[in-house]
Design a protein around this ligand. Structure first.
Ligand SMILES: Cc1ncc(COP(=O)(O)O)c(C=O)c1O
Length: 367
């Protein structure tokens, strides 16, 4: 059986008809940038995130950079990010001339370890960035408490966690601002790149809206040097078609994850990343820790099952950040995870039979 890691085709084909109507309407009106489609999607997305504002931008990476700027990060400042995340969390810090300061993660959830914040915080720390990795919210209460005591804004990297909740509250509404990605493979994916910043602070929303469009306050009046980081009307309209179906798609992911959990319980040599009981996890990825990853991966490959590793090199050891001078051993939990984690197929179209097949291959390998 062939089991893809994600099913991008199904998630596009399912909405083909409404997409075609949207495309026709946009072409007929020649309304391509920052039109009503963007504003309508922003309102709907803000509502879903329990926020007053959402500002559509061109990608998750740009959403992070603009959110960092809007909460006050400036060149020379430091921003705390987890060592175990996609590079964009840190890269966006570097794009605006600030320095990422890495912290280690928790060994069971792989999310930022709040106990590591104190050692990483300096007089130059201007933001803390918990990542809701794999679709599971970071442990926000201690992070928010630490940041509030020191007056440091928290920017959530919610790029993998559309619709997730922490203590019943939607991610995107928990910190000063949050960044989302609509890259096609995300839980809410566009037909290309896209992103959004959410916030309850109107000043942050206004600043991001200014920055995304060349710092333009009025036509050809540029209040500051900004960026060309707009969300396209077409992408906003496609996203608006898909948004009402996000909860249902997340529910399918939850069902598949629960089935994996049930079938993998007690299999020696493999341990799923733990789901906290106080969060609504949206399972962007289903990740296990496995002693003999190479053997499992190659058996899955031979059986037609795609898998991935998120991420094989922690950021402090990635060549792009060599200049920060880190060495192996600096963040031992992230390093150990990087050598053991394996992402199994996960998407809303995964059936129980698919999950059973994948686990059957794993069981046979580890037996
Ligand atoms: C945790 C995380 N942060 C940021 C990003 C960047 O998003 P984009 O690819 O839309 O720039 C991603 C996307 O892969 C991500 O997974």
């Amino acid at each position: 059986m062939k089991i893809p890691f994600v099913d991008l085709k199904s998630q596009g084909v399912e909405y083909l008809e409404p997409f075609e109507c949207v495309l026709r309407s946009i072409v007929e009106r020649a309304a391509y940038t920052l039109g009503p489609e963007v504003a309508e999607f922003e309102s709907a997305f803000a509502l879903m995130c329990g926020c007053h504002h959402a500002v559509g931008v061109s990608s998750g990476t740009d959403a992070l950079a603009l959110a960092y700027l809007a909460v006050g990060v400036r060149p020379g400042d430091e921003v705390i990010v987890p060592a175990n995340t996609f590079i964009a969390t840190a890269e966006a810090v570097s794009h605006i001339g600030a320095t990422p300061v890495f912290v280690d993660c928790l060994k069971d959830t792989a999310n930022l370890d709040p106990a590591m914040l104190a050692a990483a915080c300096t007089g130059r720390t201007r933001a803390i960035v918990p990542v809701h990795l794999y679709g599971q919210p970071a442990d926000m209460d201690p992070i928010l408490a630490f940041a509030a005591e020191r007056g440091i804004p928290v920017v959530e990297d919610a790029c993998q966690a559309h619709g997730a909740t922490y203590h019943g509250r939607p991610v995107g509404s928990l910190g000063a601002a949050a960044a989302f990605s609509f890259y096609p493979g995300k839980n809410l994916g566009a037909l290309g790149d896209g992103g959004a910043v959410t916030t309850n602070d109107p000043a942050i929303a206004d600043h991001v809206a200014l920055l995304r469009n060349h710092g333009q306050s009025d036509k050809y009046t540029h209040a500051e040097i900004g960026y060309c980081d707009r969300l396209h009307n077409l992408q906003a309209a496609f996203l608006a078609v898909k948004l009402p179906h996000l909860a249902e798609a997340n529910e399918s992911r939850r069902r598949a994850a629960a089935h994996y959990d049930r079938l993998l319980a007690g299999v020696p040599g493999i341990e799923p990343i733990r789901t906290r009981s106080d969060v609504g996890h949206v399972h962007h990825l289903y990740v296990v820790q496995v002693d003999d990853r190479n053997a499992v991966r190659s058996a899955l490959d031979s059986a037609g099952v795609e898998s991935g590793i998120h991420y094989p090199v922690p950021l402090h050891l990635t060549p792009a950040y060599r200049a920060l001078g880190h060495a192996t051993g600096d963040f031992p939990v992230a390093e150990r995870l990087a050598g053991r984690i394996l992402s199994l197929p996960m998407h809303p179209y995964l059936t129980e039979a698919h999950v059973e097949y994948v686990v059957g291959v794993i069981r046979a390998t580890l037996a």
